[in-house]
Design a binder for this molecule. Structure first.
Ligand code: FFO
Length: 829
């Protein structure tokens, strides 16, 4: 990625576009043009009516860090002598016992991500916010560094700043098309001119869908109206705030009723998420006129009072001082919602040089802009972007019906207490494996992931609970960790470790990488020895050019010019596809093709000490250790089904991943099932699966490591081959080692043998928050919960630490890993 300046056109001068311009300039880029369809003084998109509340704490680490930077940056900006951030603090209140518990969880996130916060009593809430009805409030979460962003002023301040540094602004200039040549963007078309560009960044907010259409790019966001009102003067507040929009009370969240509040001088601002979803299409809105005003802008729709009636009543109950006021002015303001609530950031998979930063709230605007500017100027961002990546969705998740339904659901759930495993109720059954019919027969309990239906356990296995030896008996869980869980998982883990089980691995994304350039491509992008002869499998890493782990993958060489690569998701697919396209263009004789074969194939993981006994009853092909060693692949035939068998196991047992084409799936399943009967074979679900992999110390990308961690920190340096030809990330790792890390991923076991964590909880070393949980599960084999967490490198094995779960401290011990089969005797057997 080039470090030198490019010719950049940014579409949209909202809070995201102007921040991107500024962040690029501060990194030395100079040739920047910003095209805005509205007048610059008030462009008329979401920024122009955004209420500006910045609550930083979020379950997502990167969203919290984006918000944190937005606060810092806004604090440094002034417009006409007035700072662009009013750090009044934030207060989230609980009016139900469930919310009070949830605030403890949110307090944990704040600690994990380094945002100062305090859990406070009902009395302290009243002290911080005297207007509250003391009958209603049970307690609160106070975040002193939260506050109010003056988004529209910040835009003006940044326009002045970036203009002074040479940025060119074109106002009242709609974009009518995008120019491209040979898969690269070359310019932006407006009614009067075409502006040449080699980088185009669409920061068009909810108009992004329409801009995306110009280049054939689906942008999975849904514009939706959200109600906001200003009251008339509240008499108790007269004279308390100096500025017309001034505020001194903290910004306030009343999530139990989908409401939030801020002061506007002596008036109140109230936002409401409790009304019916009001979706729109940006294409249906009129063109932005030259005279946008506060009350007349395309993103500000007519107020629908009937949707607000209950909110007004609830607000007067919570804040009795509002009883002498009325609604002065209300509107339905359009914002962007997405299928998973995250923003959309990154390069279009189908068009090089075309970037998107959309569905970004004011809260995260400067943080996202900085990350994108880092990507453009250095090739990588310091905060991991995977859960914001534009290309993180599966194809079925890009259809307009999916985007519409799930984004509306997100609107409805925006303040709900959501369990980390909680699936969508609808749409479901989008992708099912060929084994689905059999799984139904076995009483599978399904959750959804990557649009796949995935069994978590099988009711059919409940009867095994009676046979479970004492040392395998599950222990009781607290209510939260018992959700989406069944003790049946203990029985499935037991069978896998002591007998044999079948796991549906179909949803594991796999790519066929083929052509004369296949080995060259894989060699260049990975840390491992992937050019060994056909039959070899390599567990290896994709790094970014800062040495951060962008994925961990398996590379199986089937033929000289044919590989099967097991990856972690659509972001990996987009990366391989882009790199293959570039290589094929630069070196036509090294042509390489990437094909996602996930949907057309299926996979059974047949694992356990009796796996070889089972397979030998279903095939005459040789599955002995000699014929197929650990981490080797071969084609075979099982009961008449052509398969590819890979000798590896994410659960850490003897056995194989067995791949077949999807049409043969049921036959494959039935043959293995039948062969397994005499050995007591069972089907295992993801609940047991996830526990077994953690016992074995196998990392899960996205949770246990991201681009923010290098292989040494993540404990994956064994996957980096020292004497290898240059590969992406190699140079960055020079001079780094286990000894230079300041933090490392560690295995903890819970001392009381039963207290669970779920992930993202803070970990305390010597009483100080020093790290956070990446993965956690009950280790059935050792009969203790296992927790993986990043901790300072100095922490030694045997050290006692504490994990905070819903405000309670759980004692845990740092333990050498893996806790199961450290000598690999099981896998190599
Ligand atoms: N591909 C396949 N085929 N199967 C998988 O389970 C997975 N993964 C991800 C993505 N790709 C996959 C990769 N994660 C091991 C650990 C993590 C994995 C996959 C495999 C593993 O067996 N590690 C051994 C490697 C030993 C060696 O290098 O020889 C180990 O660490 O001991 C599932 O998420």
């Amino acid at each position: 990625m080039a470090n030198t300046s490019a010719k950049v056109v940014i579409i949209g001068a909202g809070i995201v576009g102007v921040n991107v311009a500024d962040e690029l300039q501060s990194r030395g880029w100079t040739d920047i043009t910003i095209v805005e369809q509205g007048p610059l003084a008030m462009p008329g998109g979401s920024t122009s009516h955004a209420p500006g509340l910045v609550f930083q704490t979020n379950p997502s680490k990167n969203m919290s860090l984006f918000a944190k930077y937005t606060v810092e940056k806004m604090l440094s900006l002034t417009k006409d002598g007035v700072p662009c951030f009013n750090q009044v603090g934030g207060l989230e209140i609980a009016t139900t016992p469930a919310r009070l518990e949830d605030l403890k969880r949110r307090y944990g996130y704040a600690k994990s991500w380094g945002i100062p916060a305090e859990l406070i009593s009902a009395e302290a809430c009243l002290e911080a916010y005297p207007l509250l009805n003391k009958e209603l409030v049970l307690g609160g979460l106070k975040t002193p560094t939260d506050g109010l962003a003056l988004a529209a002023s910040a835009v003006q301040a940044l326009i002045e700043k970036t203009r002074a540094a040479g940025a060119v602004y074109m106002e009242s200039t709609p974009v009518t098309g995008i120019e491209k040549l040979n898969g690269r963007v070359t310019g932006v078309i407006t009614p009067d001119t075409t502006i040449a560009a080699n980088i185009v960044i669409s920061c068009a907010g909810f108009w992004g869908v329409e801009i995306g259409k110009m280049v054939g790019l689906p942008v999975p966001l849904l514009p939706m109206a959200h109600q906001y009102v200003k009251t008339t003067t509240v008499s108790s507040q007269v004279g308390k705030n100096e500025l017309p929009n001034g505020a001194t009370l903290p910004i306030l969240r009343y999530q139990d009723q989908d409401l939030y509040y801020r002061e506007h001088g002596s008036q109140y601002g109230i936002g409401y998420y409790g009304h019916r979803p009001l979706p729109f299409s940006a294409a249906s809105l009129p063109a932005t006129s030259k005279d946008v005003s506060e009350h007349d802008m395309p993103s500000r729709l007519e107020f629908t009072k009937e949707d607000f009636d209950s909110a007004w009543q609830l607000s007067q109950e919570l804040l009795p001082a509002l009883k002498d006021a009325e609604i002065a002015d209300g509107f339905n303001g359009i914002f962007s919602f997405t299928p998973d609530g995250g923003p959309l950031v990154g390069q279009a998979p189908n068009l090089d040089g075309f970037y998107v930063a959309e569905a970004v709230w004011v809260t995260h605007s400067a943080g996202v802009a900085r990350a994108l500017a880092e990507v453009l100027t250095t090739g990588h961002s310091s905060i991991d972007l995977a859960d914001c990546e534009l290309c993180r969705f599966e194809d079925v998740q890009l259809t307009s019906s999916y985007v519409s339904e799930t984004s509306q659901q997100n609107f409805v759930e925006v303040y709900d207490i959501l369990h980390p495993l909680q699936p969508k109720d609808s749409p479901r059954n989008l992708r099912v494996s060929p084994f689905y019919v059999r799984q139904k027969e076995l009483g599978a309990f399904f959750l959804e992931g990557g649009a796949w239906e995935r069994p978590y356990w099988f009711e059919e296995n409940r009867k095994l609970l009676d046979e479970l030896p004492d040392e395998w008996k599950p222990v009781d869980r607290d209510d939260w960790s018992a959700r989406y869980y069944s003790p049946i998982a203990a029985a499935e883990a037991w069978k896998t470790r002591t007998s044999v089980a079948m796991y549906d691995m179909t949803p594991l994304r796999r790519l066929e990488v083929s052509g004369p350039g296949a080995a060259t491509l894989l060699d260049r992008l990975t840390t491992g020895s992937v050019t060994r002869k056909p039959g070899a499998i390599t567990y290896t890493l994709l790094l970014n050019d800062n040495g951060g782990v962008r994925s961990d993958i398996t590379v199986a060489r089937l033929e000289d010019e044919l590989y099967q690569v097991g990856v972690n998701g659509p972001v990996d697919t987009a990366y391989f596809t882009r790199e293959a396209r570039i290589q094929s263009k630069l070196e036509p004789c090294k042509f390489v093709q990437i094909r996602d074969v996930t949907g057309g194939t299926c996979c059974v993981g047949l694992w356990g000490p009796k796996a070889r006994d089972v397979i030998s009853l279903a095939t005459t092909d040789d599955f002995s250790d000699k014929a197929l060693k650990y981490f080797r692949v071969k084609r075979a035939n099982i009961a008449g089904v052509p398969v590819v068998a890979m000798r590896l196991s994410y659960v850490g047992e003897l056995g194989w991943e067995i791949y077949a084409s999807a049409d043969n799936g049921v036959r494959l399943w039935d043959a293995l099932w039948k062969a397994g009967q005499s050995h007591g074979i069972i089907a295992g679900g993801r609940s047991a699966f996830n526990a077994l992999r953690l016992e074995k110390g196998f990392r899960s990308w996205g949770a246990d490591m991201t681009t923010e961690h290098d292989p040494f920190e993540a404990g994956l340096d064994f996957a980096v081959k020292a004497d290898k030809k240059p590969h992406v990330g190699q140079a960055a790792l020079q001079g780094r080692s286990k000894d230079t890390c300041t933090r490392r991923l560690r295995c903890l076991t819970v001392d009381d043998g039963k207290s669970m964590a779920m992930g993202k909880e803070p970990v305390f070393v010597n009483g100080e928050a020093a790290g956070y949980v990446t993965s956690a599960a009950f280790g059935y084999t050792i009969r203790k919960p296992i927790i993986y967490a990043y901790l300072p490198a100095a922490v030694e094995d045997g050290a006692g630490v504490e994990v905070e779960y819903f405000g309670k401290r759980i004692a845990a011990t740092v333990t050498p890993e893996p806790v199961y089969d450290p000598t690999m005797a099981r896998l190599r057997g």
